[in-house]
Design a protein around this ligand. Structure first.
Ligand SMILES: [Zn+2]
Length: 402
């Protein structure tokens, strides 16, 4: 019997339309047909969607970890275990983010990504590395350690791309740093997406890298300084990166799906001004994400943080830093629910920000990212509040609630 699957009686979020009662038929891991009439279809496996939403699997193109996984620190086994946890939140593709570190550590970690991608069952969820740092602006470094920040020296760029270019998918850098136009060209030539972020670039500096091929912005409004004061005129402002990326229809913009990082009006603003396929939401989540409220975690240097309302906060005897924000702990399904709630956009459109839009930025929209005939059956069944019931990866069930 053929390896086929019928998901029926669901509300289908297809790429181009919405079906209030429909089916998705999957053969050999790919979507073979989508429609309203399933009565005549026989399949080896069937799933009654029970009127749940049938959505494309989510794609998180900026995340540092989840549960016990830290993409900068973990071994292959821990990476794979973490990929399984992503599936529990509806995620079927993840680009794992590294952090500013000595180059040899980043290259060694990229090697572990390569191995993890080849592990059967969950390895498919991993879609390479997002290099975030060391080529960032010191003033906009956010959580990155100052001691590791560098300018993109040509020798270093050649070394990173030579040894890990096959597994690198995106590179975030500050356009104002020397060699950034050259860096962007090197990335574009290899099909790697050049990403602007952690930056205080001027309008011209941002425009130059966009012309060279930069196509995305890392967590806009978070560690980006959008405007500059004119040094010659009192209180006159100069356009910065923000104006350049809003004016370019080729550049997609990502927002972290949590109001501490991107206050609510930014969601409505980006929803209004950017083209439909250039809006992306990400988690930027850290190790510990998905753990219950109040969970305390300690890193290898003994620093302690706890999970608090979608973020991680510091625990310290020093009242100056006790309670400080250290990063995001939001999951992709919650980020998308917030997006709907903040921007007041329908579920079908909110889903795009976390599926077809990141797939388009990453150049994998021909393979995944939406419910369309021919694509991989990366599918999520969820309720109206984005609570995930079932996650399918190429038609295989990789998560199911009990
Ligand atoms: Zn990050």
């Amino acid at each position: 019997m053929a390896d086929d699957l019928l998901i029926y009686n669901g509300r289908i979020i297809a790429e181009t339309h919405f079906l209030s009662s429909g089916y998705v038929y999957v053969r050999d891991g790919r979507i073979a047909s989508v429609g309203e009439e399933w009565a005549g279809i026989k399949a080896a496996r069937t799933i009654d969607a029970g009127e749940y939403l049938v959505s494309p699997g989510f794609i998180d193109m900026h995340t540092h970890g989840i549960g016990g996984l830290d993409f900068m620190e973990s071994d292959v086994e821990t990476i794979v275990r973490g990929l399984r946890e992503y599936a529990g939140f509806g995620v079927t593709k993840v680009v794992g983010s590294t952090l500013s570190n000595p180059l040899e550590r980043i290259i060694a970690q990229a090697g572990r990504f390569r191995e993890a991608e080849n592990v059967s069952e969950y390895g498919d969820i991993l879609h390479g590395v997002h290099i975030e740092g060391p080529w960032l602006a010191p003033r906009c470094r956010g959580g990155h350690a100052l001691e590791y920040l560098r300018v993109p020296e040509k020798e270093d760029v050649h070394r990173l791309l030579g040894e890990a270019g096959d597994v690198i998918k995106t590179v975030t850098f500050a356009p104002e740093l020397p060699n950034s136009v050259w860096l962007t060209e090197q990335l574009s030539m290899r099909g790697i997406v050049g990403v602007m972020g952690h930056t205080e670039a001027s309008f011209e500096e941002a425009e130059r890298v966009i012309r060279a091929g930069a196509r995305h912005v890392t967590h806009m409004y978070d560690a980006t300084l959008g405007y500059k004061e004119d040094p010659d005129e009192t209180l006159a402002m100069m356009p910065g990166m923000e104006t350049a990326v809003l004016m370019s229809d080729q550049v997609s913009i990502e927002l972290i799906g949590w109001p501490v990082h991107a206050p609510e009006p930014f969601f409505s603003f980006i929803a209004k001004v950017k083209p439909v396929n250039k809006k992306v939401t990400v988690t930027d989540s850290l190790v510990g994400t998905g753990k219950p409220e109040g969970t305390v975690l300690s890193d290898k240097d003994g620093r302690k943080v706890y999970v608090c309302l979608g973020v991680l906060r510091m625990i310290s005897d020093d009242p100056e830093i006790n309670g400080n924000l250290t990063g995001s702990a939001v999951t992709m399904n919650v980020a998308l629910r917030r997006l709907r709630d903040y921007a007041g956009i329908p579920v079908q459109e909110a889903v795009r920000w976390g599926s077809i839009n990141p797939a388009t930025t990453l150049g994998i929209d021909g393979e995944t990212g939406s419910i369309r005939v021919g694509k991989a059956a990366d599918i999520v069944l969820m309720d109206d509040d984005f609570n995930v019931k079932t996650t399918l990866l190429k038609g295989r069930t990789v998560f199911e609630t009990g």
